[in-house]
Design a protein around this ligand. Structure first.
Ligand SMILES: [Zn+2]
Length: 252
């Protein structure tokens, strides 16, 4: 059972990275192989036991061949989700552990890990922050702090938004998103992400007026235009009198 064991090992780590296209290709290869096997099998006179044994060896061999196929390799088959998908506690172990802003959904960076836990970009960010983490944080911290209130925010940044806000804003298909998370092996997108949150843009109108009023009131009340008296005094100081000018020129 050597083949099957190896196959299971590979399968457990790569299952969610097989794209629908790869799956279709694999199914097609398997179908052709099965036809070839049936032709061979019908041309050899194996008894029932031997036939079954042969079929098992054949199945294992096909599985292993398909899994070892270069196009099934993790790095080659992993595709970043075609549309933004929300974060709700799931992490892909073989992807960068940085957090990306991603329309304020603050999702895991989908680049491959290059330096330690991060991709090249996130590792560079982590080297330049006081926390030693990428600008928007580390996805494992985000996972620890995640809850259905959806109020998480990276240090000094705006808080996360429900997925539905982005769905509406970008005109996404929620069905497509549900299909992607299913392919990733995650549970369905939770309800907290499916309710739009109204976000008021800019400063509230009432507050604005109040600020303007208080600004006016704080300023000392005075007549419009320049104060006449002080202006004259200033002018007098700036412009020397004839006597002063003569004194200056004579060097007194
Ligand atoms: Zn990254």
């Amino acid at each position: 059972m050597k083949y099957l064991k190896e196959y299971d090992g590979i399968k457990s780590t790569t299952m969610y990275t097989i794209s629908p296209t790869t799956k279709r290709t694999n199914d097609m290869c398997r179908k052709i192989s099965d036809e070839i096997f049936d032709i061979i099998n019908s041309n050899i006179n194996a008894d029932e036991n031997e036939g079954e044994k042969l079929k098992n060896i054949y199945n294992e061999a096909v599985n292993l061949t398909l899994m070892n196929n270069k196009s099934n390799n993790i790095k080659n088959t992993f595709k970043k989700p075609r549309i933004p998908i929300p974060f709700y506690g799931f992490i892909l172990d073989n992807r960068c552990f940085g957090v990306k802003k991603n329309h304020n959904l603050y999702t895991q960076c989908m680049n491959p890990k290059v330096e330690g836990m991060y991709c090249k970009v996130c590792a560079k960010q982590a080297n330049n922050t006081s926390t030693g983490k990428p600008v928007y944080g580390d996805i494992t911290d985000r996972k620890d702090q995640w809850n259905e209130q959806l109020v998480w925010a990276p240090e000094g940044k705006t808080k996360e938004v429900p997925y539905m806000n982005i769905v509406k804003k970008m005109g996404l298909q929620i069905g497509q998103a549900q299909q992607i998370v299913e392919e990733l092996g995650w549970g369905p997108i939770p309800n907290c992400h499916l309710e739009e949150r109204k976000i008021r843009r800019g400063r509230p109108k009432v507050k604005n007026v109040a600020v303007e009023d208080s600004d006016d009131e704080n300023k000392p009340k005075r007549k419009r235009g320049r104060p006449v008296g002080s202006f004259k005094k200033k002018e007098k100081k700036k412009e020397p009198t004839d006597e002063e000018l003569i004194a200056l020129l004579c060097g007194e």
